[in-house]
Design a protein around this ligand. Structure first.
Ligand code: EPZ
Length: 446
């Protein structure tokens, strides 16, 4: 028996950080049930502190980001009860601290939603500066501009954003950039401010609409969410609510592209097809067949993929959160495609990993020139962030041979049971955490 040594992570030599082992080559076929939208769940969970009454939330995704946010709420005295994996009851009547800080909360971007929610209710909030995926400069100037316009004083000190107000009053706010997070934060504060607020150039994403619907279900008066002008009449208080979160547009889109990438046939169920239109349009353009029903979309990739051009844009444009997935598909198409990333400048980091699997992609600034290749080959790759991580898993599922994908904690931030859902579609993928697991996987998949 060999000597057991430790590596930099303190793991014994035979142990590995959890990673996915993938044997590529199987077209993914079957049905997959889509969960609740992570990016709707995060502001909805935070907004639950805006009432002293109890809030019941259903269709909650069981992913790391939402769990971290719920833990942070418990740390400040919020009662959080999970009644089943996808249901939670929240009561914030006994909040005992208006400072939200801690190791976990600093890692996720959505911590900033506590600012809007607590500033609205308590006129005071201090929250650790947001972290999140490293996909480019993630400014918060528009959030701050909105809070100030509504009467708050905002400063950044000791790693915290601090917002305080004597009175919050409605205002007419023109957003300089279309920002999901800033639109949501301003909406929360304006919901409990005096008088009317108008947000111009607002984000129109489905999760912005979902948060507005949730706040309205608690007694807020918000109109126009889903258009670029949102009008909010402040109310004096909010009450409890029973609310179900919308399906996750990006999880659905990811599995739709899994069909294209693996030449498969996948039906995504429990979706709102309207939210998927930009994704469906691109899949049709590249040669997939699509069948839609009220709450499901089937994607069949029977023909070779065709190249296309795509530019990421705010909703209803093609989502930046789907950019790596479409690039992985286009890199297997017959011809040259152009992918332009216009939201986050650092979202092509995964291209180096994909190149190691055989892709032919050249990145110049915010544009990728993608020359299609006939196939990928298996490699040891790293997930650089959430969506790119998922896209690389799909590349590995299409590749010849075995791949390992490391740093899968990024993927687990936003995809529930990702490898189990893929297995159910016929993928040969397993979570491994030791060399022995890896050997077993190789023997099994031969
Ligand atoms: C949300 O991030 C999502 N995160 C992101 O999803 C998503 O990629 C992004 O919206 C775009 O759709 C959550 O919902 C938790 P933005 P957010 O504010 O709100 C600039 C995922 O994979 N900007 O709409 O942070 C900013 O730099 C994640 O699930 C400012 O200039 O995005 C960017 O270029 C990753 N000033 C653009 O706006 C500001 O004050 C859009 O950012 C705010 C943003």
């Amino acid at each position: 028996m060999g000597r057991v040594t430790e590596n930099v992570h303190g793991l014994r030599k035979e142990e590995r950080m959890e990673q996915y082992a993938i044997q590529g080559g199987n077209p993914l076929v079957g049905e997959v049930e889509i969960g609740g939208a992570k990016n709707a769940a995060l502001p909805i969970i935070a907004a639950s502190v805006m009432t002293d009454e109890t809030v019941h939330i259903e269709n909650l995704p069981d992913v790391r980001d939402t769990n971290v946010l719920l833990e942070a709420m418990q740390d400040i005295g919020v009662l959080v009860n999970r009644s089943g994996r996808h249901k939670v009851t929240i009561n914030a009547a006994r909040i005992n601290n208006l400072v939200v800080d801690g190791d976990n909360i600093r890692k996720i971007r959505a911590s900033y939603y506590f600012l809007g929610a607590m500033l609205a209710k308590y006129k005071s909030a201090e929250v650790a500066l947001p972290g999140g995926c490293d996909i480019g400069c993630r400014a918060i100037d528009q959030h701050i501009k909105g809070f100030r316009a509504l009467g708050a004083e905002v400063k950044i000190e000791y790693g915290l954003i601090k917002a305080h107000a004597e009175r919050l009053r409605g205002n007419h706010i023109y957003m300089d950039v279309v920002s999901v997070g800033a639109t949501i934060n301003i909406m929360m504060v304006a919901a409990l401010a005096e008088g009317q607020t108008i947000i111009e150039n607002a984000a129109k994403e489905p999760h912005v609409v979902d948060l507005a619907n949730f706040l309205n279900s608690m007694g807020a008066n918000i109109k126009g969410a889903g258009t670029d002008v949102i009008r909010i009449k402040g109310v004096t208080g909010l009450h409890g609510s029973d609310y179900a979160i919308i399906p996750d547009q990006i999880e659905a889109g990811t599995f739709m592209f899994a069909a294209a990438i693996t030449k498969g046939d996948i039906t995504v169920k429990n979706v709102i097809p309207k939210h998927l239109e930009s994704i469906t349009a691109k899949l049709l353009e590249i040669g997939c067949e699509i069948e839609e029903s009220d709450d499901a979309v089937r994607v069949v990739a029977a023909k070779p993929l065709r190249p296309t051009q795509v530019k990421t844009l705010p909703y209803p444009g093609f989502p930046t959160d789907m950019q790596p997935q479409i690039t992985v598909a286009l890199a297997l198409s017959r011809g040259t495609s152009i992918v332009t990333e216009s939201i986050f400048e650092n979202r092509f980091k995964y291209v180096d990993e994909l190149t190691r699997m055989g892709a032919d992609i050249k990145v110049e600034g915010n544009t990728a020139i993608v020359n299609g290749v006939a196939k990928y080959t298996g490699a040891r790759i790293n997930a650089p962030d959430l969506r790119a991580g998922a896209a690389l898993v799909m590349a590995a599922l299409a590749a010849e041979g075995v791949s390992t994908v490391e740093e899968i904690h990024y993927i687990e931030r936003g995809y529930e049971d990702f490898h189990l859902k893929l297995q159910a579609l016929g993928a040969q993928i397993e979570k491994v955490s030791s060399d022995r697991d890896m050997q077993k996987f190789r023997l099994k998949t031969g």
